[in-house]
Design a protein around this ligand. Structure first.
Ligand code: NBY
Length: 832
């Protein structure tokens, strides 16, 4: 079973975690050596940044040794490997993680202490590697960790963005974006591999030639060629046996900037639209659930896919020469959403035009190589590219896409003769006023497996998004529920809880998270409850200090720490949380004896820079926070904190301190969520809707240990069908009305009436597209129940313990075991 695969491949090493042992003295010596010879400084002059670099360099020595061994082993065994194609990898910081995975954290800590340096301060020097937006990018990072931990041959392929996700500043309550320069002062983990540079053609035209045998040959004369320079980031598995790589491509202009002189008519145009080669990998597009539709974005996608495929093929040919029959036995490519879907026609182009395989053989290889993960059902997030844009940038690929579609539609014709409605729906080409290529459809047609990321989401993918595909290819659509790495999201980020767990049930849970279930036995034990909650208290005190440091706001650590951290999006409904906070505020003003336990509402969220309403919601949270935090009538009971620049390293500080986890998306909209898993794993109680993985979390922890509220997916569907009118609620619920009307005044924005009106408008005249008002009453009730539950110290402690105990399912090791079993069919390769 999947679980056994996960266990087998991780068990061996937990007994033998430190196959590479390094004594404190050796670490110390290595750090000092790097301080001297890598950084050219010494113990007296070095600041924390220099110590960070020297410590990282010392670790990297060990990492590279294991990397060499791993690569040699994989080469000798000629293993099948998974190639994880993703436009985003949200890695966060690497030093602490690498130390934990080498089981050297404590040793390094002690070594640095002897040098008069605090490891925790040193770790803070590392800039986050924020090459992703949110859940999708972080999932890729957790998967790399699990793949290496489970000794699975794997390589991540992506883009070496010069600037990751923007740094968020808050000025007068509003979000300001500042560039992120994560490698400005160098990055100790990455290795440039100029020996593996690839060239990528772009633009130009296609020439049709007729061979002697009458065969039609297509020749693409590109207008421009760019270089892809690979940077490798070693990925250390837990136990440090396998070290895989994440290979990120940086764009550069090629030496011969061969503008196509034959295309003289287009010469001036081509100049004007000259994409400077270097700009391709300059910056990560900061949208999470909307597509950018920009030419540069498509070029980014093609750029990294083309480089990666060439890289894969070079490696394959080294072992198998021109024998293509084994390609799909050796290579599986997982497409992380449709962002790398252009890899499908690119592989076809290589096989048909370059290798000169016939179409059917090439297509057979392709469709045994690719698998596709869908991460969203939101229509605005489904990628579509204008045919004309692809035609211009990738003139050969558009021909291939048409050919794929033509053959696919004849299959559809066989299945549903004469049914043009179905044909129009399934077609890869959307025949709108501007013809579009539907990347989702292309991905389904070109893959052997398609998966959603939580049970409910996969069900909706099957029933609503691609229903006919299920009829056409039964069994192709699957589920793999997301997971998170417990190494980063418990062991490293919550040392106090990890230690407590270790004392109680031993230390093998990080490689087999189901073992946490043994904690259930102690859920009713008063001593353990006290120990567990004492850890939570300490973590809250640490976060309170961080809040003070970052915002100047003092918070009561005896209050409930209620946390909502995720990208800002209407469907995630931070504004539902906000109007409820305003209602509590109002209740307290109207009735000073209103009974509620003190509560600190903490938010972290970035808004896409062009998403006006999302930015308005951030502004509103900050304005309401200002008012409440400075209102002596209530500020001993409610505080509201918006922590700027939410990112992986900040999440690592917030999650261990959470009492409550807000997971309140409109049912059917959040594909899975992964923050929900991280928070529950650290003993936070979820208040959430029956959406995404919340449903599976509820199944694991049981109804008594989670606060579920709101409409189900079916009820949401029914209400939309019936016609939802938010005014019905506005006029019937006095509290809702009063709170929304409050947004129209200048109470929260003195002198600026109307500054928060866009929120009210979106929830009323805007039709409240995510049905905040419809779920309001139920949300308010769930909050009352939560408040009562918190008052019972023992009950709450039991709930918290059971949340941690029951999260075993959500380790990314289990997700990876599911992928291996259901899709990839990989076998672990032990690296001695
Ligand atoms: O993927 C998220 C889902 O919203 C979340 O429910 C799920 O848990 C997670 C992992 O499966 N999706 C997500 O993070 N998407 C993006 O970040 C994203 C980024 C770029 C674009 C679209 C979506 N884009 O079109 O450019």
């Amino acid at each position: 079973t999947a679980k056994e695969t996960a266990r087998k491949s991780t068990k061996a090493k937990s007994a033998d975690t430190s196959s590479i042992t390094y004594s404190k003295a050796q670490i110390k010596q290595s750090i000092v050596k790097h301080l001297h010879s890598t950084l050219g400084t010494d113990e007296n002059k070095a600041n924390n940044h220099a110590w960070w670099k020297a410590t990282s360099a010392a670790m990297q020595e060990l990492v590279l040794e294991r990397l060499r061994t791993t690569q040699k082993t994989h080469y000798i065994n000629d293993t099948r490997a998974v190639h994880y194609f993703s436009a985003e990898f949200l890695m966060g910081r690497l030093l602490s993680n690498n130390m934990h995975n080498f089981n050297l954290f404590e040793t390094a800590d002690a070594a640095l202490k002897e040098l008069g340096v605090e490891l925790t301060d040193v770790l803070e020097e590392e800039p986050d590697m924020a090459l992703g937006n949110g859940g999708l990018g972080r999932l890729a990072a957790c998967f790399l960790d699990s793949l290496a931990t489970m000794d699975l041959p794997a390589i991540g392929y992506g883009i070496h963005y010069e600037h990751g996700l923007f740094r968020q500043e808050i000025k007068n309550g509003a979000q300001i974006e500042r560039p992120d320069s994560w490698r400005h002062y160098g990055n100790p983990w990455e290795i440039c591999r100029p020996e593996s540079i690839q060239e990528v053609p772009l633009f130009g035209y296609v020439e049709t030639k007729y061979g002697a045998n009458g065969r039609v040959k297509k020749e693409w004369h590109p207008g421009n060629i760019v270089k892809g320079v690979p940077w490798d980031i070693p990925i250390v598995g837990y136990g440090a046996k396998t070290v895989n790589v994440l290979r990120l491509w940086q764009s550069e202009s090629s030496d011969y900037f061969n503008w196509d002189v034959f295309n003289s008519g287009g010469y001036v145009d081509a100049q004007r639209e000259n994409i400077q080669a270097e700009t391709i990998s300059k910056v990560l597009y900061p949208n999470d659930e909307t597509r950018a539709g920009k030419e540069l974005r498509l070029i980014q996608q093609y750029f990294f896919c083309a480089c990666s495929l060439k890289d894969i093929i070079r490696r394959y040919k080294r072992a198998h020469g021109d024998d293509w029959s084994r390609f799909s036995e050796q290579v599986v490519i997982q497409l992380n959403d449709t962002h790398p879907a252009i890899a499908i026609p690119e592989l076809m182009r290589i096989l048909v035009d370059r290798v000169e395989l016939d179409w059917d053989t090439a297509w057979g290889i392709c469709t045994k190589t690719f698998a596709y993960t869908n991460h969203t059902l939101l229509p605005e997030a489904l990628e579509r590219w204008p045919v004309r844009m692809i035609e211009k940038i990738l003139p050969r690929h558009i021909e291939i896409i048409y050919e794929i579609n033509h053959r696919f539609l004849s299959l559809v014709e066989k299945k549903w003769p004469g049914n043009n409605v179905i044909k129009a729906k399934l077609s890869i080409i959307e025949e709108s006023t501007e013809k579009m290529v539907r990347m989702g459809n292309l991905s389904v047609v070109g893959s052997f497996a398609v998966n959603g990321v939580a049970e409910i989401h996969s069900k909706l993918v099957k029933e609503n998004l691609f229903p006919e595909f299920e009829a056409l290819w039964p069994g192709k659509l699957k589920n793999v529920t997301n997971g998170i790495t417990p190494r980063r999201w418990l062991k490293a980020c919550n040392p106090l809880l990890s230690e407590l767990i270790g004392k109680k049930i031993g230390n093998d849970w990080p490689s087999d998270l189901t073992r946490l279930n043994k904690l259930s036995e102690f859920a009713d034990n008063t001593t353990f409850q006290n120990q567990f909650m004492k850890v939570k208290q300490k973590n809250k005190e640490a976060l309170a200090a961080e809040i003070k440091h970052l915002t100047g706001i003092s918070v009561d650590t005896k209050a409930i720490f209620d946390i909502q951290i995720k990208r800002l999006h209407e469907y995630k409904r931070q504004h539902l949380n906000l109007i409820h906070i305003m209602a509590l505020y109002k209740r307290l003003l109207e009735d000073p004896s209103y009974d509620m336990h003190p509560r600190v509402f903490i938010f972290g969220a970035k808004a896409a820079p062009g998403y006006t309403l999302a930015k308005d919601i951030i502004f509103a949270i900050n304005k309401v926070a200002d008012k409440i935090n400075n209102d002596p009538r209530v500020n001993h009971i409610i505080k509201v904190v918006f922590l700027p620049n939410y990112r992986v390293s900040l999440a690592e500080k917030m999650i261990p301190a959470a009492d409550v986890s807000q997971q309140i998306s409109t049912a059917g909209k959040e594909a899975s969520g992964t923050g929900n898993m991280k928070l529950a794993l650290n003993g936070a109680i979820t208040i959430g809707t029956l959406d995404g993985a919340n449903i599976e979390i509820a199944e694991e922890v049981g109804d008594d240990n989670i606060f579920i509220f709101g409409m189900t997916v079916d009820e949401v569907t029914e209400l939309s069908k019936k016609g939802y009118n938010p005014f019905d609620i506005y006029y019937h619920n006095n509290e809702v009305k009063a709170v929304l009307d409050w947004l129209d005044t200048d109470y929260f924005t003195p002198g600026q009436p109307g500054a928060l009106s866009s929120l009210k408008n979106s929830m009323l005249s805007g039709g409240d597209p995510y049905m905040c008002l419809a779920d309001y009453e139920s949300y308010s009730e769930a909050n009352r129940a939560l408040n009562i539950a918190y008052r019972d110290k023992s009950r709450w402690a039991k709930m918290a313990i059971l949340n941690t105990a029951k999260m075993g399912k959500f380790t990314s090791d289990r997700s990876i075991a599911d992928y291996v079993e259901r899709i990839w069919k990989l076998t672990p390769c032990t690296v001695e």
